[in-house]
Design a protein around this ligand. Structure first.
Ligand code: RIB
Length: 298
């Protein structure tokens, strides 16, 4: 059976260090942890959707180093179709993450193999992209790879442009929805030459007016805003005690797509995704924190 969702994106090994507080430049601090877990925005979103039961294929790359195995372990476990994940002569993408006691995190990414997911690479893996009902993209692969995936997509294109990178405007505007947090929304508006200041409602409306068919603005614990032709809808998030917010946006994006292919409206999908995002922040790590369909959501 061909996958309903095709994610074209990054695969990382996340090296996480827990610290009391983040170091300032020049400072050495002691931390704890140091384990490698599965991450990368593309892989996280694929894993989140698949754990909830959606048929998902991932197009991406890992290196020939030892990190390739932990980076893909939970994707295998979640039954993500990895036929289109190439092993390339590079290091596997690496994210160095610090999580402070107050829950704040910093993330540094070494793209490694992900940097090879360019237009030629993506074109080699056109089959799952062309046949998917939803193609889900982020900003951790080269811009021409992103643009080629949009060109190849015959179904709905969902874009979570995280991090915000310079992608061709015509490709970006195919997003339906464009999914971004407040910070990213401001950067995307600036990239489009528009005013990047304002309330979340103003940002969502301005993006919609810029030409996106729909926009989902994620607001963390405050939920999300959905802007479509029907107007602006606020979606609440369940209130939980957050221990680690790494990968929560990815959990939201993956869960959102899992519901879209089941026929949910944008608002229904966002309501469900907010609950999945809330579940994920109550546990450490990115993929290890994602619920399965059997888990009780807040
Ligand atoms: O969104 C969280 C992800 O960002 C981490 O898993 C890390 O790999 C970086 O890509």
């Amino acid at each position: 059976m061909s996958a309903k969702i095709c994610v074209v994106g990054s695969i990382n090994a996340d090296l996480t260090v827990n610290v009391e507080r983040h170091p300032i430049p020049g400072e050495t601090l002691m931390g704890a942890g140091g384990g490698i877990t599965a991450g990368g925005k593309g892989a996280n979103q694929a894993c989140a959707a698949a754990r909830l039961g959606a048929p998902v294929a991932l197009v991406g790359a890992v290196g020939t180093d030892a990190n390739a195995k932990p980076a893909t372990a939970l994707l295998h476990e979640a039954d993500v179709d990895l036929t289109h994940v190439e092993e390339v002569n590079e290091v596997t993408g690496l994210a160095v993450i610090t999580v402070a006691a107050n829950g704040e995190n910093t993330v540094l990414v070494v793209p490694g193999a992900n940097a090879l997911v360019d237009a030629t690479f993506v074109a080699r893996h056109s089959t799952p992209i062309e046949s998917a009902e939803v193609v889900l993209l982020q900003g951790e692969i080269p811009a021409d790879g992103f643009a080629r995936a949009v060109e190849l997509a015959k179904g709905r294109v969902v874009v979570n442009l995280a991090p915000v990178v310079d992608v061709p405007r015509s490709a970006l505007l195919k997003a339906d929805p464009l999914m971004a947090n407040e910070h990213e929304a401001g950067l995307i508006l600036a990239q489009l030459g528009l005013d990047s200041a304002g309330t979340p409602e103003e940002l969502a409306r301005r993006l919609k007016d810029a030409g996106f068919a729909s926009v989902v603005l994620t607001l963390g614990a405050a939920g999300a805003l959905v802007a479509d032709d029907a107007g602006l809808t606020h979606v609440a998030s369940p209130q939980v005690e957050a221990v680690d917010t790494v990968g929560a946006g990815d959990a939201f994006a993956g869960a959102f797509c899992a519901r879209i292919v089941e026929g949910d409206t944008l608002v229904e999908a966002a309501q469900y995704a907010a609950r999945v995002g809330a579940f994920s922040v109550t546990r450490p790590g990115a993929q290890p924190s994602y619920p399965s369909a059997a888990d009780h959501l807040p």
